[in-house]
Design a protein around this ligand. Sequence first.
Ligand code: SAM
Length: 274
Amino acid sequence: MTFGVSMGKGASPARWSTPRFIKRGTGTWYRKYQSIRFLLTRDRRAVVDFLAAKYPFDFPRSERLRLLAHFTKTTNAVRGYHTLEEILTVCHHIFLCAGRKDLTVVECGAGSGSSTAKLSVATKIAGGRLVVFDSFRGIPENDEQHQLLDGRDLVFRRGAFKGRLTAVKKRVEEFGAPEVCSFHKGLFADTLSAFDGHVDVALFDVDLISSTEQCTSHFYPRLRDGGAIFSQDGHLRATVDLYSDAAYWARLGSPPRIDGLGTGKMLRIARRPH
Ligand SMILES: C[S@@+](CC[C@H](N)C(=O)[O-])C[C@H]1O[C@@H](n2cnc3c(N)ncnc32)[C@H](O)[C@@H]1O
């Protein structure tokens, strides 16, 4: 079992194993080394693109570098379940939307608050507000059996990825911009209905297919033109099956354009131009 996720036969525990004598949790030198290494290797393309991107507001290179340093500091201090490339992809879209009236960013699935803190900083820079939904008790009870795209089995155990609301708020106070955030605690089935506005950028990182369906069904019809929904669950067969289902999108009004479907973990969902 890893992070409350259990993998079936054929999974390689070596992927997560480092020698036991190396401490590798938050705050360790190993983690600092890894985040710098990933920044310069795995996530380099996204970093270069972010530094070169054109945005509809003045965003000097020095401030972008400061933001990257801040994200790295957050990664080192708070357990998170995203790569720098993934969070930069979402932040890039938030920055593209800067200056929109009532710019609204939604996060479904906060975990320990690492992604929430980063999104809140990006949302503040862009002049928007961030609305966060989570049980704040981890993955809910479920009987879902999952498969990764490569065929390995996976289940998401109840309580996995738990970050309590008080702890997440504390992390956002320390590493984020709490003044732009509002938090909705509870199961999506009970809390999403509290949100009845429009959304410009949304990030779903919710693992369960029931959760992905609830979030998509609620927010896709509310997506403003030029906005985008990102899902970090594209590595799951069930997500690909749901998002490939034309009848599902017909029920939500119109078929979207989906980048990365069937190939990547990070999916980008946007309305097709009329
Ligand atoms: C993988 S974690 C999110 C990680 C976080 N985005 C990060 O990158 O650090 C998944 C989150 O989804 C939440 N979640 C999943 N299904 C849910 C549901 N039906 N209602 C409320 N929260 C849910 C869990 O509580 C958990 O915090």
